[in-house]
Design a protein around this ligand. Structure first.
Ligand SMILES: C[S@@+](CC[C@H](N)C(=O)[O-])C[C@H]1O[C@@H](n2cnc3c(N)ncnc32)[C@H](O)[C@@H]1O
Length: 456
């Protein structure tokens, strides 16, 4: 993060140019002494100088630097109020007058700034050769304790330096990784190399009030999708049933379950499945989420029947505290012995019908849509689907104009489904993933002629 320049300051507070070893850095080489002017002020008077309109703008005003310090040559005497100038000529006549009336004169003070003072980005500017300063990495994306960067080739000779800077300057970061260009083609996680810190890839990350644990080097996770996770979770209602075909470690499934949805969550990556199960446990949604580890096509084909044959229990309202739950259980036992039906059963039947599908595998999700052909061929299943599920399908497009992007996506989906989409289909741009490549989410109702088709 670069810091705003100190407006009005005549002081050069940039770090000194660095020519020491690139790794480990010689931190002592960043020590810099800046002579500043200070007013000697009795402790009881310092607030007058600090607050006055006239003098305020001449205070040192540097982040992390206290404007009032003890005089090193007389620790028990007057305080030194540090000014952002090196000599008296830089002060306005009014400020000079006020300072003179409240102080016992001026002093020279050596302000020492060092490695701890500057941001990672400021230090990097002092380390890099001039031609690399513009465009230098200024930050990173954080997932749990891992900072990840994506360094261009020209910065690779500095990767360990960059790693050390990010590690030193961010207390919550324990590992810095550089994402390599290769992505696992099937399971979408990045290959990465550790450039600083411990090679520990098991992260605990918090999103939407849920705790996610996973091995960042073996599963897909993208914190930039937080808003999209939230948006989909907000669009489903408590009590509904959601099927997440490419669930990863659960960023849609777990918050939706906490909201009161029942979820069938699937991922083919065995590592994702393992952490999905752990996250279900850690977030205490084991009654609400059922996890599977199968290919998306097979999952889509099986999931209608599974929910039908083993329905989720009726929705009984928001998750209850343990005490409220105990009360309800006691009541249920009493009702059972007196042959009364519980109020929840009266108002809400078991859930055997899926309301939503989420398909976040943007590279190829559309190719899985033909798996919906004939999923409701069975008459008993058809009967409970008076309304068809809504499919939220993520995809990429190379079309940048929204109309052309929608036409491109629509054409590919209709071709795969073998049926037209309805007019209420919603097209939403999620984000630009690369120059000339957009990610979209298309929400459409599964056409009944596809679901009920005789052939599978
Ligand atoms: C882009 S990630 C999305 C994960 C999660 N929904 C999220 O938003 O973070 C796609 C997921 O699909 C899984 N996947 C890839 N191919 C699959 C397949 N044929 N069947 C099921 N899951 C698959 C990957 O392992 C990965 O976790």
């Amino acid at each position: 993060m670069s810091r705003e320049p100190y407006l009005g300051s005549h002081l050069d507070t940039t770090p000194p140019k660095y020519s020491g070893p690139l790794y480990p850095l010689d931190k002592s080489a960043f020590r810099k002494s800046i002579p500043v002017l200070a007013a000697r002020v009795p402790a009881s008077q310092t607030s007058l100088i600090l607050r006055s309109e006239v003098t305020r703008k001449y205070l040192i005003g540097l982040p992390k630097v206290r404007p009032v310090v003890s005089d090193p040559s007389a620790p028990d005497g007057d305080k030194l109020v540090l000014l952002g100038v090196s000599n008296q000529d830089d002060l306005s006549p009014e400020s000079m007058k006020l300072i003179e009336s409240k102080s016992n004169g001026f002093a020279n003070y050596n302000l020492v700034l060092d490695y701890d003072y500057w941001t990672a980005s400021e230090l990097l500017q002092a380390i890099l050769p001039e031609k690399l300063r513009e465009g230098a990495p200024v930050g990173f994306a954080a997932t749990g304790h891992i900072a990840h960067v994506n360094l261009n080739d020209e910065y690779l000779p500095y990767k360990k330096t960059i790693g050390q800077l990010f590690l030193d300057k961010n207390k919550t970061i324990k590992t810095v990784v550089n994402k390599l260009d290769s992505i696992d083609t099937q399971f979408r996680f990045f290959q990465m190399e550790v450039i600083a810190g411990e090679p520990d890839f098991i992260v605990e990350h918090h999103e939407s009030d849920c705790r996610f644990t996973f091995d960042f080097s073996r599963v897909y996770w993208n914190s930039r999708l937080h808003t999209e996770h939230d948006r989909i979770v907000q669009s489903v209602h408590p009590g509904e049933v959601l099927a997440d075909v490419f669930a990863g470690v659960g960023p849609f499934a777990i918050p939706a379950a906490k909201k009161g949805c029942a979820v069938m969550a699937n991922d083919l990556n065995p590592a994702s499945y393992t952490y999905l199960c752990q996250n279900i446990k850690d977030n205490e949604v084991f009654d609400e989420v059922r996890a599977f580890c199968e290919d998306g096509q097979a999952f889509i084909r099986n999931v209608f029947r599974r929910v039908y044959d083993t329905p989720f229990p009726p929705y009984t309202g928001p998750k209850l505290s343990k005490t409220a739950l105990r009360k309800l259980q006691k009541q249920a036992t009493r009702d059972k012995s007196s042959n009364k039906t519980s109020s929840s059963e009266e108002i809400s039947p078991s859930r055997r019908k899926i309301d939503h599908f989420v398909m976040n595998l943007p590279d190829t999700a559309i190719l899985f849509l033909d798996a919906f052909r004939g999923v409701l061929a069975n008459k008993a299943l058809q009967e409970i689907y008076s309304t068809m599920p809504i499919i939220h399908c993520h995809c990429f497009t190379r079309e940048l104009e929204s109309e052309k992007a929608e036409a491109d996506i629509r054409q590919r989906i209709e071709e795969k489904l073998g049926a037209p989409l309805q007019d209420d289909t919603e097209y939403r741009k999620v984000r630009s993933v690369a120059p000339g490549k957009e990610m979209y989410c298309i929400s459409f109702r599964l056409p009944s002629e596809v679901a009920c088709a005789a052939e599978a």
